[in-house]
Design a protein around this ligand. Structure first.
Ligand code: 3HC
Length: 306
C-alpha cells in the first residue's frame, strides 16, 4: 500500500540537517561525506582550533576526491571542494547547533562518561523526533543511552563509520534492544543517502567488523612474538596471499596501537560474552609499544617507523 505522506518521508527531509559532534578524523570525515551529498551539516567542537583542524582534514580529503572526479579540470575540482565545504557550518555552540537537527552524530573520544554527558544535554535540546547516533567502536550502545529517557532511547542508534571515512564504503547500523524500527529504517536510509552501504547488527562488543578484526590483529601480534615471521613478511603474506589492502601491522599502526589496546583491554575485562576470552588478551609487545608512546602512524612510530 502506498502512502502519499508516510512519516518516514517527513523524517527524510529532516535528516538533511545533520549535526556532528567532534571534529577529529572520524567526525570531520562524517561531516564531509554528508556534505558531499548536499546535507546541511554543522560540525561542532569545543574550540575554534579543533574546528579549523577538522576543516583542514575535510579540505585535504575533498581535494583528493575532486582530483579523481575531475581529472585535468582544476576549476571543477575547486568548485567541488568549495560546494561541499559550503554545506558545512562550524560551531562551538553544541546546544544551538542541534536545535533543528534531524540527526545528531557523536564522534568524540571513546569515553563512556563523556559520551553520556553529551547526549543527556543534547537530547533535550534537539527536536523530539531527531535521531541520536554514536560512532562508538567499542562501547555498548545501550550503555551510552542508559541515562536518557525511554523516548530518547527509542531514537538512539549506533552509526559506526570506518577509517578513512571518505573511502570506506561500510557503515554499521547498530540496534539496541530498545530502538524503534522506524529509527533503524531512517538510519539505514541516511546511510544510503550519503553513498555508503549499511550493515545492520545487534548491540554486541565490536559489532561485526571489529569483533572479527581485533582477534586477527592480536593473533598477528602473537605470531610476530612467537618468531614465526617478521612484521614485514606477515604483512606481505596477508596482502598478497589473502588480498587485504593493508597487512595486519600496517593496519594496527594506521588504527593506532593505543586504540587497539583500549578496545581489547575493555572487552577482556568486561565485554559482554567476551570477558576473559584469550582472543582479546593484550600482548607483551603491544603493551610495550603503547607504554613507549609508539602508537603507530600518528606518533611517527609503531610496528614500523613513519
Ligand atoms: N579521503 C579521500 N579518499 C581517500 C582517502 C581519504 N582520506 N584515503 C584514501 N583515499 C582514496 C584514494 O584517493 C584512492 O582512491 P582510488 O583508488 O579511487 O584512486 C584510494 O583511496 C586508495 O588510496 P591510496 O592509493 O592512496 O592508498 P591505498 O591503495 O593503500 O588505500 C586505504 C588506502 C583506502 C586506506 C586502504 O589501504 C585500505 O582500505 N586499508 C584498510 C583500511 C581499513 O581496514 N580500515 C578500517 C580500520 S578499522 C576501523 O576503522 C574501525 C575502528 O573502530 C577501529
Amino acid at each position: 500500500r502506498k502512502h502519499a505522506f508516510t512519516s518516514s518521508a517527513i523524517t527524510q527531509s529532516d535528516i538533511r540537517r545533520v549535526t556532528v559532534i567532534g571534529s577529529g578524523q572520524m567526525g570531520s570525515g562524517i561531516a564531509q561525506v554528508a556534505a558531499m551529498k548536499q546535507h546541511e551539516v554543522t560540525l561542532v567542537d569545543v574550540n575554534q582550533e579543533a574546528l579549523e583542524r577538522g576543516k583542514g582534514y575535510m579540505s585535504k580529503s575533498l581535494k583528493r576526491v575532486a582530483k579523481k572526479k575531475f581529472p585535468e579540470d582544476a576549476k571543477a575540482q575547486n568548485q567541488f571542494v568549495e560546494k561541499a565545504l559550503g554545506h558545512v557550518t562550524l560551531s562551538t555552540n553544541a546546544s544551538k547547533s542541534v536545535s533543528n537537527a534531524g540527526l545528531v552524530v557523536e564522534a568524540v573520544v571513546e569515553n563512556l562518561k563523556a559520551k553520556q554527558n553529551i547526549f543527556v544535554k543534547l537530547a533535550m535540546e534537539a527536536p523530539d523526533n531527531a535521531i541520536l547516533a554514536s560512532n562508538t567502536s567499542s562501547l555498548p550502545i545501550a550503555k551510552i543511552a542508559a541515562p536518557l529517557t525511554l523516548s530518547q532511547r527509542k531514537r538512539f542508534i549506533g552509526l559506526h563509520f570506518f577509517n578513512p571515512v571518505p573511502q570506506m564504503k561500510l557503515v554499521e547500523v547498530v540496534r539496541s534492544d530498545e530502538v524503534d524500527q522506524k529509527t533503524v529504517d531512517d538510519a539505514v536510509a541516511f546511510v544510503k543517502s550519503i553513498g555508503k552501504t549499511p550493515a545492520v547488527c545487534k548491540d554486541t562488543p565490536g559489532f561485526i567488523v571489529n569483533r572479527l578484526l581485533l582477534p586477527y590483529m592480536m593473533e598477528s601480534i602473537r605470531l610476530l612474538e612467537s618468531g614465526v615471521a617478521s612484521a614485514r613478511d606477515i604483512d606481505t603474506a596477508m596482502k598478497l596471499g589473502a588480498g587485504y589492502p593493508m597487512g595486519p601491522f600496517e593496519l594496527c599502526d594506521y588504527v593506532g596501537l593505543d586504540t587497539i589496546k583500549f578496545i581489547v583491554d575493555g572487552w577482556y575485562k568486561e565485554g559482554a560474552g567476551l570477558k576473559g576470552n584469550k582472543l582479546f588478551e593484550s600482548s607483551k609487545k603491544l603493551d610495550e609499544l603503547v607504554q613507549a608512546g609508539s602508537l603507530g602512524v600518528k606518533s611517527g612510530k609503531g610496528f614500523y617507523d613513519y
